[in-house]
Write a protein that binds this ligand. Structure first.
Ligand code: UDP
Ligand code: MN
Length: 426
């Protein structure tokens, strides 16, 4: 009798255990699949319908096949390792001349010699060596020396061998102009930028990705706008460096926007933005900045609270900073006469899971600090997923908002980005 009771209890415990395991597995699978959908797009965002040339990735690969004449496993290995065509990047080497993508009206503009100085901050994690080097050399060769205080490179704990002694050695060439900071643990882009900015001494901070090439007279138009008003934050137009051919392609002038999912996207510019004496070279009001190629006055960056250091890796920080600038008394503009090329790492085959977790968490932090009664528009699609996720302590950021006397999200919608309210939540 006792044995039977024990057997029953034992079987019951196993059955209950199985049910719990099935329930947990189901819950985790659901969370993972929700997470997979959180972010598919890179932060800088492809130009989509705004681009003149659209080649699908598969077509680009076959184009490369034709160039190589054969399928090369090493080529694909590198493509997935670096996110773009490293074979061509090596061929281009440490510097090259890119086509001048500025409009005629921009080419005719002249800028004062007495502008504020710039510290260019470039963070990198496991970047392709030549692309990184071209970023640095293009900045050094195409910025007036008296305006370029320094280039600050922040190595966010890269593991690639050539980014160690070889990089130290090659950077000796730019001795005096380039500072290299090595993080002792991976901090992510957001905290790395704060680290880089804290070591800067120029008047203006200019943040770039580590796979960019700046164009002719790229710096002066940015500095010129900030010199007139230090509470204006400016972005260049982001030209496309094709990730497969590395061809430099001129982008149309578009403004930065986002939907209720807070994913960044490009948006058309209203024609009235370009009225006025400067015509199509007039800086354009932008509701948001893309990934984070922008210039900001160093004191203003500190005054408005740098970045949310509780955010991990990257993702969402560009939208958070955009809202903070607009809602707390600043302005954000795109300057059509400044152009910077950027490679989108379409093919990167890194483990995206930690990035997606960080992005979801970062979004939650920004939503809970800035979206007021519009929070639910963000939660609408995945309420259970987001509401069950921890996002850390945000009190420092909510206090910052109070201290800066920032306006409401309703004000942002009414004044800066009325088109968002009309967008549906789906
Ligand atoms: N980065 C970094 N630490 C990280 C992740 C990224 O320093 O943990 C750097 C990366 O090398 C690049 C910049 O941050 O220079 C932006 O990353 P990425 O180009 O992948 O983003 P996107 O272009 O998609 O905005
Ligand atoms: Mn990038």
């Amino acid at each position: 009798m006792r044995n039977t009771a024990i057997q029953c209890l034992f079987c019951g415990a196993i059955a209950a255990g199985l049910w719990v395991a099935v329930f947990i597995a189901h819950f985790l699978c659901h969370q993972v699949s929700e997470l997979q959908e959180v972010i598919q797009e890179p932060r800088i965002g492809s130009l989509g319908k705004y681009a003149n040339q659209q080649i699908r990735p598969s077509e680009k690969i076959s184009k490369q096949h034709m160039i190589n004449g054969k399928s090369d496993p090493e080529f694909f290995h590198e493509l997935f390792k670096y996110g773009f065509n490293a074979f061509f990047s090596r061929k281009l080497g440490y510097e090259r001349e890119v086509p001048d993508s500025r409009s005629e009206i921009c080419r005719q503009k002249r800028y004062s010699l007495r502008l504020p100085t710039a510290s260019v901050v470039i963070c990198f994690h496991d970047e392709e060596f030549n692309a990184l080097f071209r970023t640095v050399s293009s900045v050094i060769y195409l910025s007036p020396p008296h305006l370029l205080e320094e280039v600050i490179l922040v190595d966010d704990m890269s593991e690639f061998d050539d980014l160690k002694e070889k990089l130290d050695y090659q950077l000796e060439f730019f001795r005096g102009k380039v500072k290299l900071i090595r993080n002792t643990k991976r901090e992510g882009l957001i905290r790395s930028r704060v680290i880089g900015a804290s070591r800067a001494s120029g008047d203006i901070l200019v943040f770039l990705d580590s796979h960019c090439e700046v164009n002719k007279v790229w710096l002066e138009p940015l500095l010129h706008v900030i010199a007139k008003d230090p509470k204006i934050v400016v972005c260049p137009v982001i030209d496309v460096i094709d990730e497969m051919t590395l061809e430099y392609k001129t982008s149309p002038v578009v403004r930065g926007a986002f939907g209720w999912d807070l994913k960044f996207k490009w948006d058309h510019v209203f024609s009235y933005e370009m009225d006025g004496p400067e015509g199509p070279s007039t800086p354009i009001r932008s509701p948001a900045m893309s990934g984070g190629i922008f210039a900001i006055h160093r004191h203003y960056f500190n005054e408005i609270g740098q970045y949310d250091k509780g955010m991990d890796l990257y993702g969402g920080e560009n939208i958070e900073l955009s809202l903070r600038i607009w809602m707390c008394g600043g302005q954000l503009f795109i300057v059509p006469c400044s152009r910077v090329g950027h490679i989108s790492k379409t093919y990167l085959a890194e483990d995206k899971f930690p990035i997606k977790v960080a992005m979801a968490r970062n979004y939650l932090r920004l939503v809970n600090v800035w979206l007021d009664e519009y929070k639910d528009n963000f939660f609408f699609k995945k309420p259970s997923f987001y509401k069950s996720m921890a996002y850390g302590n945000i009190s420092e950021r909510t206090e910052l908002r109070k201290r800066l006397g920032c306006k409401s999200f309703q004000w942002y919608l009414d004044t800066v980005f009325p088109e968002l309210e009309k967008r549906n939540q789906a």
